[in-house]
Design a protein around this ligand. Structure first.
Ligand code: HEC
Ligand code: HEC
Ligand code: HEC
Ligand code: HEC
Ligand code: HEC
Length: 217
């Protein structure tokens, strides 16, 4: 009993050290090695029998992680939602030996991910493959170069990319010159939060950009 307790403390410390440095145990793998490892793990298909519960044993202290339960992807009552199926592993893929101190990699998304855009996007497109829904995405961005998670936040009650007042920030993460221009006195109406006149819809802006044909960067 006592040794089990000590083991827990030790494990807690190890976890703490790893988290505070925020270096991941698989950081030393190259992008190719990482991708190969994940493909092998995927082929083994060693999913956790307890789903999200096993992940949360280690990840529930991360508020960002927990925020997924406030959004659509955490909704267990929607049968199409990841939470009604493989849960966390629907996106991050099979647990495999990752729970042994978090040593085996999981699929990561967004700017910090070493994985190719295509690998990341394939996960999302497994569920989001409606041609009509994706039509404007493809018309504005080459989705082979830009990851869904570069714009979308799924671990959140509301995705900033889907809110008129915050989508601006999503876009200016990359379109920096636009951001600078936006603050000039004679700028085009992009400051949606400034007043009602400027509160344009996203679609209006896209159309406007297309008409003006101004290049970014
Ligand atoms: C026994 C503990 C443990 C369990 C169980 C566990 N993880 Fe982890 N996980 C870790 C550790 C340790 C790390 C690396 C340190 C960190 O979080 O930054 C990590 C890292 C991750 C990362 C990368 C974090 C980042 O900062 O980008 C993801 C994604 C992840 N885990 C998902 C999962 C999922 C999904 C499950 C369940 C299928 C799971 N983990 C189960 C311990 C665990
Ligand atoms: C719909 C797909 C999806 C599901 C389901 C999902 N995640 Fe994530 N996860 C992501 C994406 C995308 C990111 C990158 C950050 C973001 O966009 O919110 C991420 C980020 C993370 C991170 C890194 C957080 C950090 O601090 O940077 C961890 C850890 C993680 N997820 C664990 C989990 C766990 C545990 C579950 C289940 C409770 C889960 N995820 C369910 C897509 C998902
Ligand atoms: C297992 C299926 C599944 C996966 C995988 C998945 N989603 Fe979803 N997603 C859903 C469901 C279900 C909804 C709710 C709307 C619906 O029913 O179509 C949704 C809604 C969304 C929405 C609209 C959000 C809102 O608040 O209305 C966005 C944006 C989105 N997903 C992005 C992503 C991204 C990015 C990924 C990959 C990191 C991803 N999804 C992976 C099933 C999934
Ligand atoms: C350049 C940023 C960007 C990228 C990259 C991006 N999206 Fe979106 N997405 C948006 C914005 C902005 C909206 C809101 C569109 C609107 O208001 O018409 C949206 C809307 C959505 C919706 C909700 C549509 C609805 O009917 O409510 C889903 C689902 C979605 N995106 C999934 C994805 C997936 C999957 C990918 C990757 C293949 C992706 N997105 C890539 C910015 C992006
Ligand atoms: C991750 C970086 C990134 C983010 C975030 C991003 N973009 Fe882009 N955007 C680009 C790149 C790179 C291009 C160049 C074309 C391409 O690669 O598809 C581009 C091109 C465009 C174009 C086409 C411009 C033209 O002249 O044809 C539009 C419109 C656009 N972005 C709007 C948006 C909007 C709206 C958002 C926010 C919802 C956004 N972008 C977020 C990187 C980004």
């Amino acid at each position: 009993m006592r040794s089990l307790y000590q083991l827990f403390i030790l494990f807690g410390c190890v976890l703490f050290v790893m988290q505070s440095a925020h270096a991941l145990p698989w950081d030393d793998l190259t992008a190719e090695q990482l991708e190969t490892t994940l493909i092998e793990k995927f082929a083994e298909g060693n999913y956790s029998p307890k789903g999200a519960d096993s992940c949360l044993m280690c990840h529930k202290k991360n508020d960002k992680v927990m925020d997924i339960f406030k959004g659509v992807h955490g909704n267990v009552t929607n049968s199409a939602s990841p939470m009604a199926g493989l849960q966390c592993e629907a996106c991050h893929e099979s647990l495999g030996n990752h729970n042994r101190g978090g040593k085996e990699p999981m699929i990561q998304f967004g700017q910090n991910s070493k994985l190719s855009t295509q690998t990341q996007n394939t996960v999302c497109q497994g569920c989001h493959n409606d041609a009509k829904q994706m039509a404007w995405h493809n018309s504005t961005h080459n989705l082979e170069d830009i990851a869904c998670a570069d714009c979308h936040v799924v671990h959140a009650a509301t995705d900033p990319a889907l809110e008129k007042l915050t989508v601006n920030d999503t876009c200016t993460n990359c379109h920096t010159r636009e951001k600078a221009d936006m603050n000039k006195r004679s700028s085009h109406p992009m400051k949606w939060d400034q007043n009602d006149l400027y509160r344009l819809s996203f679609t209006t802006w896209v159309n406007d950009r297309k008409r003006v044909k101004q290049t970014f960067y």
